[in-house]
Ligand binder design. Structure first.
Ligand code: DQA
Length: 157
């Protein structure tokens, strides 16, 4: 099974940007840790980062028929993007929203997520460990879906 990871604008600047909020870890190091967990759990994983809303929408659409689930940190687009929300709804793949910082504990404009209502759940505020928690949740969701499919197939036989 395959997980598509999508990283939004400015997340390529992790390790440089606002270290007091996002910490010192670089995006590639976060991805290495996710990759290691994917290996342990027999998942395939692909990473994508873009600063452009339309490219993120394209990647979500392209995930249909290719990936089984999406882990997305839409970054600033969390609070503004109806297009990303609609794309997630359109592909209807299990999707987990991730934030490094606790968006509920920050400025008022960050408290609202347009993405959250179309996701299986949101993990926010655990630093880079948020991504690991999202992986654990995604593996659980995908295993449950697989088990359900198997049960349905054996009922049909
Ligand atoms: C973020 C939170 C967003 O509000 C912000 O615009 C980001 C990062 C996070 O991971 O904490 O760029 O998504």
């Amino acid at each position: 099974m395959k997980i598509q990871v999508i990283q939004g604008p400015n997340l390529n600047m992790l390790g440089i940007r606002e270290q007091n909020i996002y910490g010192p870890m670089k995006l590639e190091d976060i991805h290495k840790q996710m990759e290691a967990y994917a290996k342990q759990t027999n998942m395939e994983i692909e990473f994508f980062q873009s600063n452009l809303e339309g490219e993120i929408v394209d990647k979500i659409q392209e995930s249909l028929g290719v990936a089984d689930g999406i882990i997305i940190n839409p970054a600033a687009y969390t609070h503004t993007s109806i297009a990303i929300r609609d794309a997630i709804k359109a592909v209807s793949l299990p999707t987990i929203e991730v934030h490094i910082s606790n968006i509920q504990a920050r400025e008022d404009f960050r408290k609202k997520s347009l993405i959250a209502p179309v996701c299986a759940g949101t993990i926010s505020g655990f630093g880079p460990f948020s991504y690991h928690l999202a992986m654990v949740a995604m593996v659980q969701i995908l295993n449950e879906i697989e088990a359900m499919k198997k049960a349905q197939n054996s009922e049909q036989k």
